[in-house]
Design a protein around this ligand. Structure first.
Ligand code: NDP
Length: 334
């Protein structure tokens, strides 16, 4: 549950885990409702914005005392819905609890546990993978040989952007917040160059070194001083797809962008996007991604926290960057 609204760096104590008695049943007459056992829950940065109490996200703020909600992978226990039967695995929009009743079976979709690990439906085959796909192909529209820079490059979205960009024949450069992550970018995720932005006093020259032909496309995940340095390195007619600006979500960490005026002289296009506006492309995305996974052309890194008791810690690790890859909470092992 959210304990209070948070305007500074999120702490575990801003959330609380509560036990309560539950009845594993569906109410009589609850047509189309489905009772699910939650197996995996997804930690996603936009949830942090919902914890601020301000109406600044595409989703409304959480209410104080509200059980957090988000993407999950669940198993159907009981169903009054003809589309789902007990034992089905589903990707879900669910509550951060062990069992949830999904009214009307809304936003449940049966997934295949034999094709990929179930948790992939929260990452490579889920919303983050789709965000990477939309931002890269629909917003940036890459041409072979161009240079793309990706921030938060080893994260849930970033690791997919990098690999899709590599497959599209781009020169791919990424930044991340630790040596271990930079090694991952270079050695496992196929980035051509990578650096630890926390260790660079001068981000402008770090980018100049790692992107010797300048930046044609920027997949923006963090905002703030990284964006500022990128603007200085953008090529004329460059494109920026703004997926997110996580440096601005824990509000006392705000830092300024001074180079915005460069968008004029460099004729840069900056476009924000929401993956949810592109749901019509989901089948194309799944076809591409399942093909790549089948052929082992892409890999996916995940970081699992065990049990709901560790959910507040897991969410804080997402924000601080302590986790590696996609942050997931394992609620139950099937
Ligand atoms: P990640 O898995 O990348 O986790 C977030 C990471 O951001 C952290 O682990 C940390 O890694 C990095 N970070 C945190 N604070 C800062 C900071 N001040 N400066 C630079 N980096 C920081 O998250 P996702 O891949 O799920 O999300 C990435 C971005 O995409 C977010 O901004 C999110 O809001 C956005 N998003 C947008 C969607 C859309 O439809 N537009 C959909 C999904 C996500 P590190 O160690 O590298 O610092």
């Amino acid at each position: 549950k959210l304990k209070n609204y948070v305007s500074t760096v999120l702490k575990e104590t801003d959330m609380e885990v509560q036990s309560c008695d539950i009845i594993l049943d569906l109410k009589e007459g609850s047509k189309d409702d489905v009772l699910v056992k939650n197996l995996y829950l997804s930690c996603d940065p936009y949830m942090r914005i919902r914890m601020s109490g301000q109406n600044i996200s595409h989703s409304p703020p959480f209410k104080v005392g509200q059980v957090l909600e988000g993407f999950g992978v669940s198993k159907v226990v009981l169903s009054n819905n003809p589309c789902f039967k007990p034992g089905d695995y589903v990707s879900s929009w669910t509550m951060w609890e062990e069992y949830s009743v999904i009214a009307g079976g809304e936003r449940l979709e049966v997934v295949d546990p034999s094709f990929a690990p179930l948790s992939y439906y929260l990452g490579a085959l889920g919303m983050p993978g789709f965000t990477a796909y939309v931002g890269l192909f629909e917003i940036l529209k890459p041409k072979g040989g161009e240079t793309i820079f990706v921030s938060a490059a080893s994260g849930a979205v970033g690791q997919m952007v990098g690999q899709l960009a590599r497959e599209a024949g781009l020169f791919v450069v990424g930044s991340a917040g630790s040596k271990q992550k930079v090694d991952l970018l270079r050695n496992k995720l196929g980035y051509d160059a990578a650096f630890n932005y926390k260790e660079e006093d001068d981000l402008v020259s770090a980018l100049r070194t790692h992107c010797p032909r300048g930046i044609d496309m920027y997949f923006e995940n963090v905002g703030g001083k990284v964006l500022d340095a990128v603007l200085e390195n953008m090529n004329s007619f460059g494109r920026i797809a703004v997926s997110g600006m996580i440096s601005q979500y824990d509000t006392d960490k705000k830092d300024g962008v001074f180079n915005l005026y460069k968008i004029i002289s460099r004729r840069i296009t900056i476009q924000g996007f929401l993956q949810s506006d592109y749901v019509h492309l989901w089948p194309k995305f799944m076809e591409l991604m399942t093909g790549y996974l089948n052929a082992s052309k892409v890999v996916y890194f995940e970081d699992f926290a065990q049990g709901l008791d560790n959910a507040p810690n897991a969410f804080c690790r997402l924000m601080s960057g302590e986790k590696i890859g996609k942050q997931i909470i394992t609620v139950a092992e099937d």
